[in-house]
Design a protein around this ligand. Structure first.
Ligand code: RB5
Length: 142
């Protein structure tokens, strides 16, 4: 499975650990950066990952900033993106089941790396339930 990943300066270490674990489990990870501690603007990263999801290069996206808040707000302004800020496996799973989220956002200053990995695995391995949820997701007009 192809997954695009991107982060601001607050998420470099967290991202590196996550990428290493995901690659060792066989996921194909496309890293859009950033890879240094130099300050960058999270909306630019949100855009890069969103483009890869929308053009089909990646099935899902992972976005990381300090809290996950700014980068999820930015991604959710992009048409076709449903970015879910998740803090545990339950919200990660439900964001796929009920919301058909296509990007998971994580807070590097909020979660431990093991929990981040568990969230991502719950997210990418859960299918959208459809049915009544499809009608609701369809009403999200962006
Ligand atoms: C960067 O310091 C921080 O503001 C950013 O990573 C993020 O938490 C914003 O929502």
């Amino acid at each position: 499975m192809k997954i695009a990943i991107g982060n601001d300066h607050a998420g470099v270490e967290f991202k590196n650990k996550l990428m290493e674990e995901l690659r060792s489990k066989g996921y194909e990870i496309m890293n859009v950066g950033t890879d240094t501690l130099d300050s960058v603007d999270y909306p630019d990263i949100a855009k890069k990952v969103s483009e890869k999801v929308l053009n089909g290069e990646a099935k899902f996206g992972i976005l990381i900033c300090g809290t996950g808040i700014g980068i999820s707000i930015a991604a959710n302004k992009i048409k076709g993106i449903r970015a879910a800020l998740c803090h545990n496996e339950y919200t990660a799973k439900l964001s796929r089941l009920h919301n058909d989220a296509n990007i998971i956002a994580l807070g590097a200053r909020v979660l431990g790396e093991d929990l981040g990995l568990a969230c991502v695995e719950a997210f990418v391995n859960t299918e959208f339930e459809g049915g009544r949820h499809a009608k609701r997701v369809g009403k999200i007009e962006l």
